[in-house]
Design a protein. Structure first.
Length: 365
């Protein structure tokens, strides 16, 4: 058996090799962070992390030490993310609302540690990224109960930004009031129109008047400042904590599965290969010629290339009365040869065609 000093020398040699490889790995991680920063994609990617750890752990032949290597890999992932967060320091993320709004919650989850910049409406939020005031913009695009956010859809059609990341945030609405407020004392509720729609059954049941606000957190702030037991806000628990309001009634959503999808918009479109074979999507906006069968030709091209259309919506064009554009979301990888061929074929039948972006489904709590 080798003596202890010889064993330690070999370990020291292996440690030196690992240190060199670690440094090289972290240099590559910094490039990943810069790319994600440019394309407004969050550092955390649980799907890819799980895939990498499983793939690398399978390289270990010794069953006894595989478990320890898996832990080592997880620690390496955590260290890599911490290092990438340092590179992300200073990234400016626009959102619509005030602290405590669901957009603020989404932006914090998507870009931990970023500098969050609040705007009062969706268009100003979007334009701030277009005009280089911010690095990206986080905006809601759809709610599972109330439907699409039409004004954001219009910005996707007319604007120049791209979507590279979409996350689903559970939108739990609560009835909030100042001290002394009870369900019986309330005469009026204030909130964003989407939140009011999501809680319409509760509002009707109690006979409350409604007053619309630009977002839920601003409504909560208003209630905190008014200190009027006859007025309550519909907002998040984060808003209740932020503005020192009490929860009169929790979870008043009409739907128990109420979820809002938020998109991160950036000036660059990702052309990276998808992170997973499952859950890949892309968004198109387009107009068609004003002639019989024009939309059918578009749909036939999509079907012929093997892509599944999961939603199709039409919206009026602001600058052309009684003309409409189409918003379409599809399953699949647009970067494949089939995807690129489909875009080329669509270009021949569409007057205007824009690939808004591609992304992999992500869910957050």
């Amino acid at each position: 058996m080798d003596n202890l000093e010889e064993i330690r020398k070999r370990i020291n040699s292996l440690d030196a090799q690992m240190a060199k490889l670690f440094e090289e790995r972290m240099q590559e991680c910094s490039k990943v962070a810069e790319w994600k920063k440019e394309h407004a994609i969050s550092i955390s990617d649980p799907v890819r992390e799980a895939e990498v750890i499983a793939k690398n752990s399978a390289l270990i032949k010794d069953d006894c030490i595989r478990e320890y290597y898996t832990r080592f890999q997880q620690g390496l992932m955590d260290t890599s993310k911490a290092y990438q967060c340092r590179i992300f320091d200073g990234i400016r993320v626009a959102y619509c609302g005030v602290p405590g709004a669901f957009a603020h919650i989404a932006a914090k989850q998507m870009f931990p540690g970023a500098s969050l910049v609040a705007f009062s409406n969706f268009e100003d939020t979007y334009r701030s990224c277009e005009n280089n005031q911010t690095d990206c913009a986080v905006l809601p695009i759809e709610n599972s109960f109330a439907g699409d956010v039409a004004s954001v859809m219009d910005l996707m059609f007319s604007g120049s930004l791209f979507v590279n990341q979409v996350v689903e945030i559970a939108a739990v609405q609560n009835l909030l009031g100042c001290e002394g407020t009870t369900r019986e004392s309330i005469r009026e509720v204030v909130s964003h129109p989407q939140a009011i729609s999501q809680c319409s059954a509760f509002i009707r049941k109690n006979g409350y008047k409604v007053n619309e606000f630009p977002n839920t957190a601003m409504a909560a702030k208003y209630v905190a400042e008014k200190k009027d037991p006859s007025i309550a806000a519909i907002a998040s628990l984060e808003s209740a904590e932020l503005f020192a309001l009490k929860v009169i009634e929790p979870h008043i959503n009409s739907s128990s599965t109420n979820t809002t999808r938020f998109a991160a918009f950036s000036r660059s479109r990702s052309t990276a290969e998808p992170k997973s074979k499952m859950g890949n999507h892309f968004i198109l906006t387009f107009t068609v010629k004003n002639e019989a069968g024009a939309l059918a030709k578009t749909l036939n091209i999509i079907g012929a290339h093997g892509f599944n259309m999961c939603s199709l919506k039409s919206r009026p064009m602001r600058d052309l009365m009684w003309n409409y554009y189409f918003y379409m979301e599809l399953d699949g990888d647009i970067q494949t040869e089939d995807g690129q061929d489909m875009l080329h074929a669509l270009g021949s039948v569409c007057d205007r065609l824009k690939l808004v972006g591609s992304f992999t489904s992500q869910k957050n709590g």
